[in-house]
Write a protein that binds this ligand. Structure first.
Ligand code: SAH
Ligand code: SF4
Ligand code: F3S
Length: 453
């Protein structure tokens, strides 16, 4: 045990998977006796959980790392640690290029951070195997009523633009009984909303053995993603289940029906499109085409008409012509997403697409396409959001509104942010009458009569 109270400062970049991993890093550090420092200057351990999905993620992180180098120079006994996808993707170079880094580890080696901190050795250490589930470490949750559940790690897809398969390794699922136990423990702790995490959640379980001996019984060990959703839905106390992300190629009817049938499964599906053009989808190695994607959307809308659909889209993939891009616009118009994350294509080290040198889209063209896309996404989202005006929706209150201190903020089951006046405490479910809607947020008032009833 450290003799003086040691303090850590952790900065998280990237996706929900990293947010999850960071909660586990904090939990592990606090179990080791560290406490959180409000700023880097007063931290004994400066830690980063990094992302490398686009070049912009790299450069943002490098600016922060520069500050850590200065702080390390001032106090050389300070430890600088770098975890996550950027660290993994530069495992061969990290210590040569950034000699002030003391410890670097990939997403599969978060537990090794504890080993490093408790060892006698002060020499730089790197840990880059894929052999652990961060989800098995203790968590320190940002919000006591919401939790991440890591159902699998890694990705077996080969999307030609994507660095993730190389930073997170092959897909490995956690056994269902372990996940159910974890969610039961969360429910006992007061968690009401759980978000299942994986790079491709609906291929969950395919790598598990068909049966296994668990706690003395012969248990069915391989369940499908839909089966897992049903097991979690049955747990008392969990009011909302979300998941991210499904892959359109694996979006089966059983999962879609689960949205209709399971009470706690929310009316929101994030279904990454990437491109509306079949030729580009092929070059991206997404393994579905435009019509197969639209067929999934039709099935979803048929089974769960009110569902909110969101997506990810990349513009300016090598070879994307104006005609190809206009097909993306057509799909966005036709589907009418409730929201979309839009990205300018960024070549990533080691990926197949980064080697393409034909038909590269000039930066100005990418930017111009992006602007047109964002405008359309917002118009459709604004139009879609009008269906909520006048309805009373269940909102999970999160705390004060970010825009107006008099108001509260929360989310609907459709994953829409609502700013509302009312009395709900963080973690409470409020009934909110929606009075206005923009592309991004809803506004409304809590119906206190319903609360009292
Ligand atoms: N596993 C998730 C995606 C993780 S990355 C899934 O498949 O849904 C999140 C998003 O970043 C991707 O959906 C994609 O739209 C975007 N992205 C990934 N690599 C990119 C790149 N090289 N350039 C631009 N955007 C990229
Ligand atoms: Fe990347 Fe594709 Fe895997 Fe998503 S499914 S993490 S985009 S390789
Ligand atoms: Fe997530 Fe970034 Fe890694 S998006 S999986 S943290 S590269």
């Amino acid at each position: 045990m450290p003799s003086k109270q040691l303090r850590y400062h952790l900065t998280t970049f990237g996706c929900q998977m990293n947010e999850h991993d960071s909660e586990r890093m904090s939990g592990m550090l606090e179990a080791l006796g560290y406490s959180e420092s409000p700023d880097r200057e007063s931290a004994d351990l400066i830690l980063f959980n990094t992302c490398s999905i686009r070049e912009s993620a790299d450069s943002r992180f490098l600016a922060h790392l520069g500050q850590a180098r200065r702080l390390k120079r001032e106090h050389p006994d300070r430890i600088v640690g770098v975890g996550g996808c950027w660290a993994q993707s530069l495992k061969h170079e990290v210590f040569a290029r950034f000699p002030f880094v003391d410890v670097a580890f990939g997403p599969g080696q978060v537990h090794k951070l504890a080993e490093f901190l408790t060892s006698e050795s002060l020499s730089a250490q790197g840990y880059f195997e894929f052999d652990g589930f961060t989800g098995r470490l203790p968590a320190r949750r940002t919000r006591p009523f919401q939790a991440w559940l890591q159902i699998s790690v890694g990705c077996n897809c080969a999307c030609s633009y994507c660095i993730v398969p190389s930073t997170r390794g092959r897909e490995v699922s956690r056994p269902p009984h372990e996940l159910v136990e974890e969610v039961r423990a969360m429910a006992r702790d007061g968690v009401r909303e759980v978000t299942l995490l994986g790079q491709n959640v609906n291929s969950y379980g395919r790598d598990l053995p068909a049966t296994a001996i668990a706690r003395g019984e012969r248990a069915a060990e391989r369940v499908t993603f839909a089966g897992l959703l049903a097991q979690i839905d049955a747990i008392e106390g969990i009011e909302r289940i979300r998941y991210t992300s499904p892959h359109p190629k694996d979006m089966r009817e059983d999962v879609i029906r689960a949205h209709r049938d399971l009470e706690s499964l929310c009316e929101h599906i994030h279904l990454p499109l990437q491109s509306g053009c079949s030729r580009i989808l092929k070059a991206m190695r997404r393994t579905y085409d435009r019509s197969r994607y639209m067929d999934r959307v039709a099935l979803i809308r048929e089974q769960v008409p009110d569902v909110a659909l969101t997506t990810d889209i990349i513009v300016g993939f090598p070879g994307e012509t104006e005609e190809d891009f206009s097909q993306t616009l057509e799909v966005v118009e036709e589907v009418g997403y409730d929201g979309a994350f839009t990205f300018i294509y960024s070549p990533r080290r080691g990926t197949e697409a980064a080697r393409i040198d034909d038909g590269l889209v000039p930066h100005e063209v990418k930017v111009e396409r992006m602007e047109r896309l964002v405008e359309l996404v917002q118009r459709r989202a604004r139009e879609r959001a009008q269906r909520f005006v006048g309805r009373t929706l269940e909102v999970l209150a999160e705390g004060p509104s970010r825009t107006d201190a008099e108001k509260l903020r929360g989310r609907t089951r459709h994953n829409k942010v609502v700013n509302f006046s009312g009395l709900a405490a963080p973690g409470e479910l409020a009934q909110v009458e929606i009075s206005a809607a923009t592309s991004q947020t809803l506004a409304g008032e809590e119906t206190l009569l319903a609360r009292a009833a």
